[in-house]
Design a protein around this ligand. Structure first.
Ligand SMILES: *Cc1c(COP(=O)(O)O)cnc(C)c1O
Length: 370
């Protein structure tokens, strides 16, 4: 069986370095907000090209702390509307509603699976204060389109970069530096993945960064002095040391993902499969390789029976989830097509050439004309 993802395998190349880092972590006696977190924050902000990076406990908290930070600054207030793509992972929307803000779901463009810029303006009301853009599956959203709309309507632009570490808009601008503030997740399956939960915020906004540095650590300014009603969502020291090891290799790892994706694109020949389109391969880091087919369920079963595991990202749209029953009656026809047709193929470091070519030939042998 070719696994959809093998976390043990993708971390294997770093095993010796991780063990070395663990030993010095253990000996340091400094287990919370130590040198590892400080250095990772410096290195990740410099990688993204932003002035600040604030490590957090996970990606959902990173998003949440951005919204809470803007509430402290009174740039956002209880009940304000935030535009979000309707087909994102539920974490994007949870961060908005958990912050007392109102998510407004907007349809994606079926060509990129990212928010359809032509449908944003009709969703803007006098209460709209921000757009949360998501680089879904690893491909940058329409950067210029979102920047233009935010500028014209005086909205904050916040980036959910949890699936797009290292995706480049231009040589000097990459994900994390395409908005007022960005949230990353380092969940083990992400392009830059820790060995547990971890996340971070990147921003060039000094005022916001200062507030979030406090909010993630009980709102405190010094040991027993608390300026804000904060949270406990610090980046774990051990995870930070592991992330520093992998960050050095992120560009090379993303490049290898692109090579696997290119191979799929060049060799999957069925006309009944829609391959993932992209404008510029630098803007895509293929967090997922998502194909689409009218006969998705049959194809998934056939692949499984032939030894290839696949997944669906995501099987239930947010407005059909019990957790968001208030959205039950919203009609989002494009968003509703996606769960029935998408299929994610295995794409990770550690897949061998022969496994990749086996996946391609199995897909190509599917009897489309039956
Ligand atoms: C993974 C993910 C998150 C949340 O990250 P966690 O670290 O699991 O909290 C948020 N948004 C998107 C788009 C994600 O893929």
């Amino acid at each position: 069986m070719i696994k959809f993802l093998d976390l043990k395998l993708i971390n294997k190349p770093f095993e010796n370095e991780f063990k070395k880092e663990f030993n010095s972590f253990l000996n340091s006696g400094n287990y919370i907000l130590g040198d590892g977190v400080l250095k990772f924050e410096e290195e990740f902000s410099s990688y993204c090209g932003t002035k600040y990076c604030i490590g957090t406990g996970n990606g959902l908290d990173a998003l949440h702390l951005i919204f809470e930070g803007y509430k402290v600054l009174e740039k956002l207030n209880q009940g304000d509307e935030v535009i979000v793509p309707a087909n994102t992972y539920i974490a994007s929307v949870l961060a908005v509603s958990n912050s007392g803000l109102k998510p407004v779901l907007v349809e994606p463009d079926l060509n990129t699976y990212n928010i359809d810029v032509s449908k944003i303006e009709q969703a803007i009301t006098s209460k709209t204060k921000a757009i949360l853009g998501v680089h879904l599956y690893g491909q940058l959203y329409n950067v210029q389109g979102l920047e233009r709309i935010c500028k014209q309507n005086n909205l904050l632009l916040i980036e959910d970069a949890a699936q797009a570490h290292g995706a480049q808009f231009t040589d000097s601008r990459k994900s994390g530096n395409l908005s007022d503030a960005a949230a990353f997740s380092f969940y083990p399956t992400k392009n830059l993945g820790a060995l547990g939960d971890a996340g971070a915020i990147t921003t060039n906004d000094e005022e916001l960064a200062e507030i979030i540095f406090k909010l993630r650590n009980y709102g405190r300014v010094s040991t027993y002095s608390n300026e804000l009603k904060g949270y406990n969502s610090r980046l774990d020291e051990l995870q930070a040391t592991f992330l520093r090891v992998k960050l050095k290799h992120l560009d090379a790892l993303n490049q290898k993902r692109r090579e696997i994706a290119q191979y799929y694109i060049e060799n999957i020949t069925s006309k009944d499969i829609i391959l993932p389109p992209f404008n510029n391969i630098k803007q895509h880091v293929f967090h997922q390789f998502v194909i689409r087919s009218k006969r998705r369920d049959e194809l998934k079963k056939y692949l499984y029976n032939n030894g290839v595991e696949t997944l669906i990202h995501y099987p239930i749209p947010i407005h059909k989830q019990m957790a968001y029953k208030e959205f039950k009656c919203i009609e989002l026809p494009v968003t509703e097509i996606i769960p029935n047709e998408v299929l994610s193929l295995p794409l990770y470091l550690g897949l061998t050439k022969s496994e990749i070519s086996k996946i391609v030939s199995i897909v190509n042998l599917f009897k489309w004309n039956r």
